[in-house]
Design a protein around this ligand. Sequence first.
Ligand code: HEM
Length: 357
Amino acid sequence: MVQFYAHTTPPTEPITLPRSLTVPLLDVSRELNHAPFITYSDHDLHNWSLKDPNGQDAVPMSDNIQSQLTLSGTSDEAGMYLVGLRMELRGAEALKLLGLSTKEIEAGNNIDVDRITTYLTQTTKVIGELKGILMTTKELVRPEIFFNCIRPWLVGADADKWGRKWVWEGKEEVENSKQMLTKVSSPTAGQSPLIPTLDAYLGIEEDDSKRSFLDRVRVYMDHQHEEYLQSLRLTKKIIKSFVQSIAKERGTNTPVVVAYNAAVQAMKSLRDAHLVIVTLYIIIPSRKMAKTSEMGAKLSSVDTSLASGKTGDSLPEEGSAVNNERAEEAAPIVDQVPELVKILKGFRDQTGQTCVE
Ligand code: HEM
């Protein structure tokens, strides 16, 4: 509701969020230790219902869930949230398998290497399925709808197009609100707990850039997910160390080493697929927008010269105004693209380099 309120405030007015929205939200956020802004956890993990409420599934099944609320009212937005949800649901099995592998190794005596090999092989299969689910984005979400109709609703308090700050009426009534209101970023599936938890179990390397990315996004996760992820990140890489010791003793063709490397490669392949999605949904549309706006800027300069009486017929003013607005909007996104691609490719390459050789 706060997100909706902020983004329906006319651009000429300050964003002043009323006490009736802010105080309850801040109170609940403090209680849950959660950012008081919309996060991936809000629009994905806690934004679904069962299609058939009488279904007796102990665990909700992918085909019996639906997204509940959207900001844009488009089926694309609902579909986008469903992709994330289905990945989290399916991915839980991989987390379970990796948890079991860790337990088996930690137990110490008589480690059943074959069993660990089986767990890792099954994990690879699940990660492959995650990639398949991620790619269903192409069927469910139209890139131009994502870019032009969904993304603007999700922009956070740190990225207002008109540079306005969000003013929270009544914030002084809630303990810790000052500290909570520092967590202002826009939501992104980068806040998903699933992928970094898989990374942590598999011992995927973290360089400074990845570490700082994770430290930035983890404060937007549900508190218990974040604690779980942190505890894994801080413990030694149990599975990887075990596989390394076997590789040293028995060579890299040993089934458990092969199975581990396949799981790591599956994570790399998942990141390759994610890069395809980022290209389709962010890079191409932002370039298109920049191109349109270049044309808009050209048209509006023609317009100005026309207004000053230097040339012939007038062009419609409306088109250039829209294009100018799009030019302002496109500039920051286009500027961010090279850095974004560098970061994501870096994470992808680091994943591949984690293989035990
Ligand atoms: C339309 C769909 C999607 C788009 C446009 C998209 C875009 C992005 C962008 C721009 C980033 C860069 C950093 C950031 O701003 O957070 C990112 C990172 C990330 N996204 Fe997505 N994403 C999409 C779907 C998903 C889904 C469904 C998942 C899985 C649940 C996911 C998982 C991640 C992860 C884990 C990162 C962190 C980087 C990494 O670990 O490799 N994304 N995404």
